[in-house]
Design a protein around this ligand. Sequence first.
Ligand code: KQY
Length: 371
Amino acid sequence: MSRLLNTTPAADGFRMPGEFEPHAGTWLLWPERPDNWRLGAKPAQRAFTAVATAISQSEPVTVGVSHRQYQHARAVLPAEVRVVEIANNDSWIRDCGPTFVVNDQGEVRAVDWEFNAWGGLDGGLYFPWDKDDLVASKVSEIERVDRYRAPFVLEGGSIHTDGEGTLITTEECLLNPNRNPTLARGDIEELLSRYLNVEKIIWLDRGVFHDETSGHVDNICCFIKPGVVALTWTEDRADPQYDISSDAFERLSRVRDARGRALEIHKIHQPDPVLISEEESEGVDVVEGTLPRRAGDRLAASYVNFYIGNSVIAMPCFGDRHDELAAAALGRLFPERRVVSVPAREILLGGGNIHCITQQQPLALHRMPAR
Ligand code: KQY
């Protein structure tokens, strides 16, 4: 049974753990919509399978799939991956799935955010999104975890926490009027502290250049562990990303986290610009109301959109000259985990990357370090 709770996680002593804390498993959703994924989503399905396979070396993986694709997904995913039927509008479980919270007694609960497809009718990426908005409650039922329905729009990719009271986000996304037009910055901070049990919110200005999510933080900056962050970087002053990353670096350099620590910032150089090809554009069905995929458009390619598994880091790679440097940097930052580079251009063509298509479920029983 999964109860719908009318209290808040903070009031009940629950907090969102850092992604680097132990997991019980991870969740994905199977891609299939032909107006977002080229060639009937077959190349994307192969990329998602590679991600699921990489992460399943580290922790149990579950893939939610529509009724229409169930048999196919079951046939092509490895046997150790659990496949369950979950209706969805698209495959971004980081954003439409639950954000799990834990307490010191070893219990796990879910926060179920309102979802409006990254902006609803004011710049959202597709219509409708009603099935996506039910994904968090369905996952909660399957896992028998109690659920809080948060009274505001939020996507999981727009936040990162260190599990010790600090959250990073971007103004570009959380203050975008197409998410919560009636809420001011202070209201949003208050709600984040109630639903994730954080005390300190670090606001970056913008996310990666041309990111269709309105600048999700998970594409530009993430926690490696408390007090340590990775930041998308470029040395090319002519690149629009330069000013964005420089501003983020300045803000991160000035700030103290909830425990009073200065942050250690590790720059991860972005790949060279990735543009949609003619052939890739032609493979995507045109549907009014869905973001078009036009040849020549720049994609928001970033290595920081990696997933931290229990024993592996699943890192996107692009066949770019920076791939190996990024993998080596993550290897140094996560000495106890194995970095698996997964070719991710096909995921990027859909508008996000490995972190966006995964959602970790924390292992309970992990105590928060004493303050
Ligand atoms: O990056 C994400 N978190 C989601 C991207 C959504 C793209 C929809 N076309």
